[in-house]
Design a binder for this molecule. Structure first.
Ligand code: CAA
Length: 258
């Protein structure tokens, strides 16, 4: 596996773990780090051995946001020319299930990174927030969009306007976090979840993900068309034959992702 400066990648069978690894700065996400994360995600997405990807933070925390040092003296023309948030859009193109396991804090860009994942798991005492408003700015890597789609306008506005830290339980109640675990069990529990997910038919997982994402973006009739096409497409797979034959033979299916 190639050398990384700000992340660490570990493959455990069909589950890949991508650790944010800049712990001295609480995994503050500077541009080079985000590029490294996204490039590694794309690499794992194309790796036949990998079926599910987990994003985690090394050290005390998941990620304390975009790197404030790097942004302090930014000017708008420079930001426009850098087009620095475009790299985030590539996360949307990842086809495999992408899980976030958040401990410590996920603030600003760190929260946005978690929101780019398909499911968020968290330590029971983790805290989330969008402190940008306190820095005189606002989220720029999808915070206003992803959060609103996830929890609706009114909660999103309250949280984005306040800039306060939010307890993981509050986000769990809002349906944003799927499960909470004690911090010392978080990685293990999310790994177990990921392994279970990895035993499902990979093509079905990815086409379900695609259809659900379409549901968030498209009018119903167009979303229905995506669902139908994806459903039909799965009948070209060996795994459809295997899944249905295994059911009839009363045995467990063995899915190959083909
Ligand atoms: N950028 C750069 N450096 C950061 C950072 C950030 N977002 N967050 C933490 N650090 C650095 C600190 O400066 C500190 O460095 P030094 O040791 O050199 O002083 C080190 O990480 C440890 O941090 P603290 O000493 O502050 O740790 P703490 O435990 O006392 O506090 C914290 C933790 C509450 C998370 C606090 O670090 C904090 O508030 N961080 C900033 C959070 C923030 O505002 N994030 C939003 C950034 S803007 C954004 O993300 C825009 C976007 O949408 C893309």
């Amino acid at each position: 596996m190639s050398h990384h400066s700000y992340i660490k990648v570990k493959k455990e069978g069909s589950v890949a773990k991508l650790y944010l690894n800049r712990p001295q700065q609480l995994n503050a996400l500077h541009r080079a780090m985000v590029e490294e994360i996204v490039t590694a995600l794309e690499h794992l997405d194309g790796d036949e051995e990998v079926r599910v990807i987990i994003l985690l933070g090394k050290g005390k925390t998941f990620a304390a946001g975009a790197d404030i040092d790097e942004m302090m003296e930014a000017d708008p023309i420079q930001l426009e020319q850098l087009n620095q948030f475009a790299v985030w859009d590539r996360i949307r193109l990842i086809k495999k299930p992408l899980l976030a396991a958040v401990h410590g804090v996920a603030l600003g860009g760190g929260f946005e990174l978690a929101l780019h994942c398909d499911l968020i798991f968290a330590a029971a005492d983790a805290r989330f927030g969008f402190p940008e408003v306190k820095l005189g700015v606002m989220p720029g890597a999808g915070g206003t969009q992803y959060l609103t789609k996830a929890v609706g306008k009114h909660r999103a506005l309250q949280w984005l306007w306040s800039g306060e830290m939010l307890e993981a339980t509050l986000l769990w109640q809002a349906g944003l976090i799927v499960r909470l675990f004690p911090e010392q069990e978080l990685e293990q529990e999310v790994t177990i979840y990921a392994q279970r997910l990895a035993s499902q038919a990979p093509l079905a997982l990815r086409l379900i993900k695609e259809a659900v994402n379409k549901a968030q973006d498209l009018p119903l009739v167009e979303g229905m068309a995506w669902e139908r096409k994806n459903f039909y497409l799965l009948f070209a797979s060996q795994d459809q034959k295997e899944g249905m034959r295994a059911f009839k033979a009363k045995r467990s299916p063995r899915f190959t992702g083909r």
